[in-house]
Design a protein around this ligand. Structure first.
Ligand SMILES: NC(=O)C1=CN([C@@H]2O[C@H](COP(=O)(O)OP(=O)(O)OC[C@H]3O[C@@H](n4cnc5c(N)ncnc54)[C@H](OP(=O)(O)O)[C@@H]3O)[C@@H](O)[C@H]2O)C=CC1
Ligand SMILES: Cc1cn([C@H]2C[C@H](O)[C@@H](COP(=O)(O)OP(=O)(O)O[C@H]3O[C@@H](C)C(=O)[C@@H](O)[C@H]3O)O2)c(=O)[nH]c1=O
Ligand SMILES: [Mg+2]
Length: 300
């Protein structure tokens, strides 16, 4: 099997380089790759890459992920998050390849308190969320053989994320204020990458019947928390792992969303129900704290 990976140096892309390696020949690109174009703003270059490589599976881990910045450059976000995936879907369909892609809890409006299922109505609150939703739609339209994993609150030992921001801010500031009315599940890039490899393997083994399992799957760690509880957990765990760690912050203050204004609006309810994924592929999602603790042990 030949796999084309885009966005190889992002949080998820980096872990995919590891998890996809044993499945076959892996061609991993980033936006600076020279032999083949891996730049998602270059739509013609991207199509040429797929035509030249003719992979069996395309895994797209590249994305525009700067949520607040997307509010002031929605067109760039939409090129990278919607129109590049559209090109990948069209090219994948031409050669009978599978397209694996990632989407987000931010496609939902955050109403209610029940974990969202895949068929629930969407209603993005931000330019980032809209661009990701448009990407989902264009992929489903362009290529039957697609798998879209909606995930949330991604962290990894390598790359930038909320947990690392909290560690840094706790060393710089005396007081942190963190939102306590947005609920979700921090999900490790390693879990996403390992699950992706498991699913690709099953899709390949099921061969003829596999098109019926194409579609959207919610993929997050189990359990739920708020950004505030998550931050508290990270800082508490850091103290345990490294008792000598210097922290200026003596206080973490829980605040409502209204007290922490940001350019992009974010959902209150980001819970995602993973039953479909677990049932279809016989997988069990571990608790978010296990993965976060492991990541912290790695970086501290
Ligand atoms: N991070 C999160 O909390 C969440 C992420 N997701 C989704 O999961 C997927 C993976 O996200 P994650 O790994 O966390 O994101 P990262 O921001 O860590 O990685 C995204 C990667 O995309 C690359 N990229 C950006 N623009 C381009 C471009 N024009 N051409 C090629 N590559 C580009 C970036 O490269 P460079 O470093 O050069 O900019 C970066 O390596 C994305 O689809 C994202 O929407 C879903 C829910 C939560
Ligand atoms: C830095 C900071 C953030 N916050 C809030 C803002 C926001 O609601 C939340 C998380 O902040 P971030 O900037 O990490 O959030 P954000 O970049 O919106 O994280 C999102 O990224 C995209 C790519 C996704 O797809 C989502 O699943 C989600 O992970 O915490 C505080 O309350 N206090 C703080 O000091
Ligand atoms: Mg962010």
């Amino acid at each position: 099997m030949k796999i084309l990976l885009l966005g190889k140096n992002g949080q998820v892309g980096w872990e995919l380089q590891r998890s996809l390696a044993p499945l076959g020949e892996l061609i991993a690109l980033d936006r600076h790759s020279s032999q083949f174009c891996g730049d998602l703003t270059n739509l013609a270059g991207l199509a040429a890459t797929v035509r030249a490589i003719r992979p069996d599976v395309i895994v797209n881990a590249a994305a525009y992920t700067a949520v607040d910045k997307a509010e002031s450059e929605p067109e760039l976000a939409s090129t990278i998050n919607a129109h590049a995936p559209e090109v990948l879907a069209r090219e994948a369909a031409q050669i009978g390849a599978w397209l694996v892609h990632y989407s987000t809890d931010y496609v939902f409006d955050g109403g209610g308190s029940a974990p969202w299922v895949e068929s629930d109505p969407t209603g993005p609150l931000s330019a980032y969320g809209s661009s990701k939703l448009e990407g989902e739609r264009l992929i489903a339209q362009g290529c039957t053989r697609h798998l879209i994993f909606r995930t949330s609150w991604v962290y990894a030992a390598r790359g930038g994320n909320f947990a690392k921001t909290m560690l840094r801010l706790a060393q710089e500031r005396e007081r942190l204020t963190v939102i306590n009315d947005q609920m979700g599940a921090p999900s490790g890039a390693d879990l996403l990458a390992d699950t992706t490899a498991q699913v690709i393997r099953q899709v390949r083994l099921r061969d003829a019947q596999s098109e019926s399992i194409a579609g959207i799957y919610h993929l997050v760690a189990s359990g739920e928390t708020t950004w505030f509880e998550y931050a508290k957990h990270v800082l508490g765990q850091a103290k345990l792992l490294q008792p000598a760690i210097q922290m200026k912050a003596t206080e973490i203050l829980p605040v409502p969303t209204s007290a922490f204004p940001t350019p992009a609006k974010r959902p209150h309810n980001s819970r995602l129900n993973t039953n479909k994924l677990q049932r279809t592929f016989g997988l069990t999602m571990p608790h978010w704290q296990a993965g976060v603790n492991r990541m912290l042990a790695e970086i501290l």
